[in-house]
Design a protein around this ligand. Structure first.
Ligand code: NAD
Ligand code: ZN
Length: 360
């Protein structure tokens, strides 16, 4: 997966199409904006495809979280694949034409964690498409430290969703799942990808819960032993159906829903290990006595490990993992409103927007 040598080429001035959060109100605006600046350590990338994330939906709808975190005007979006078209003069290890994605967390490089090589734990992370210009545009400029060069042979749509795929892999591989019984709460795109990952990584039973029948059907397709609709069935029933004598060894919380998390801690084995990715929208209470008396470990997960998770994503795909069924809709970027509409409905997996093709 090594990228080639540096080669210079010049793109400057002019305008490009971009999806802009123009005003502090619901909506997104397709506009001409200036081409991004390319500093000496930056790489200019022509965007080929982008994925719509739940975060983009928050920004589109302009909820309280978005209003508190996102400056306007801003080009949004952070899930993408593209092709390098220009290299800053200090960039090494990349060449024009490389097919790349971007790590959406730009770290400070100077805090204790950054200095220790734990960049995913940076104290002062900036978010691409959240508080600095994003990828829903014809071009994006990123520091070379945030560029991941793809191995050949990976489907472009899958490359476009490496960011959320990385959330799934980071969470799913946080605890050993080989031969273990795994509970995944939430069959959104990330829970669905995590289902395929733990199955690939050798889990025995994989129970996936949601309240959306379409997503549960997808969970079956991604390798769930049981896809459980918790609005009509209980985890106790699923455990009985699978002949499980003890609780789940590993829990992956991917819904952000308090009830799902409370059910999870009540159904873990003694010594069970939980990785928590889902973001609840407000604080909630849990039965701490279960955590203590059942000796549970709970680990919070944010983003992706830089860049071990990216490496693992690549080798998982190279060793036969297939996450492509999670991509259910594809639109041209000019039809972005349709993409956001289907995402809002919940009747989708990942939605990919096409900006250009490799031959364009
Ligand atoms: P999503 O909102 O598409 O999926 C969440 C799913 O949970 C939905 O399908 C929903 O129907 C389901 N759900 C609701 N109530 C449930 C319940 N009681 N039991 C089981 N499932 C229930 O989100 P996503 O894009 O797949 O992301 C998953 C979660 O991870 C979200 O909470 C998101 O905010 C969070 N997230 C965290 C990070 C991070 O770095 N920590 C990064 C990306 C996303
Ligand atoms: Zn830092």
């Amino acid at each position: 997966m090594a990228c080639g040598v540096q080669r210079a080429l010049h793109f400057s001035g002019g305008v490009m199409k971009a999806l802009v959060k123009l005003k502090a109100e619901p909506g997104l605006w397709l506009q001409d904006v200036p081409m991004p600046q390319v500093g000496i350590d930056d790489v200019l990338i022509r965007v080929l495809r982008t994925g719509i994330c739940g975060t983009d939906l928050h920004i589109f709808k302009w909820d309280d979280w978005a209003a508190a975190h996102v400056p306007t005007p801003l080009v949004i979006g952070h899930e993408f694949v593209g092709q390098i078209v220009q290299l800053g003069s200090s960039v090494k290890g990349f060449r024009v034409g490389d097919v790349v994605s971007g790590e959406g967390h730009i770290v400070c490089g100077h805090c204790r964690n950054c200095m220790a090589g734990r960049r995913q734990m940076c104290d002062k992370t900036q978010g691409v498409g959240v508080n600095r210009p994003g990828a829903f545009a014809e071009y994006i400029s990123l520091p070379q430290t945030n560029v991941w060069c793809h191995a050949p042979g990976i489907d472009k749509d899958v490359m476009a969703i490496f960011d959320p795929f990385g959330n799934a892999v980071h969470t799913a591989l946080s605890h050993n799942v080989l031969g273990e019984d795994v509970l995944i709460t939430g069959a959104g795109p990330i829970g669905l990808m995590a289902t395929a990952v733990v199955r690939h990584a050798g889990a025995r039973h994989v129970v996936v819960t949601d309240v959306n029948p379409d997503r549960l059907a997808l969970a079956k397709r991604m390798g769930a032993s049981v896809a459980l609709n918790v609005s009509t069935q209980s985890l106790a029933e699923a455990r009985l159906q699978l002949g499980m004598r003890e609780g789940f060894d590993v829990g992956l919380e991917m819904s952000g829903n308090p009830t799902a998390f409370c059910d999870m801690i009540a159904n873990m084995c003694h010594g069970g290990r939980i990785a928590m990715l889902g973001l609840p929208n407000k604080p909630f209470a849990i039965d701490w006595s279960l955590v203590i008396s059942n000796m549970l470990t709970i680990k919070g997960i944010y983003g992706r490990e830089m860049y071990e998770t990216w490496y693992k994503m690549t080798v998982l795909l190279q060793s036969g993992l297939d996450i492509s069924p999670v991509i259910t809709h594809r639109f041209a970027y000019t039809d972005f409103e349709k993409g956001f509409e289907v995402m809002s409905s919940g009747d989708s997996g990942k939605v990919v927007l096409k900006w250009a093709s490799l031959s364009a």
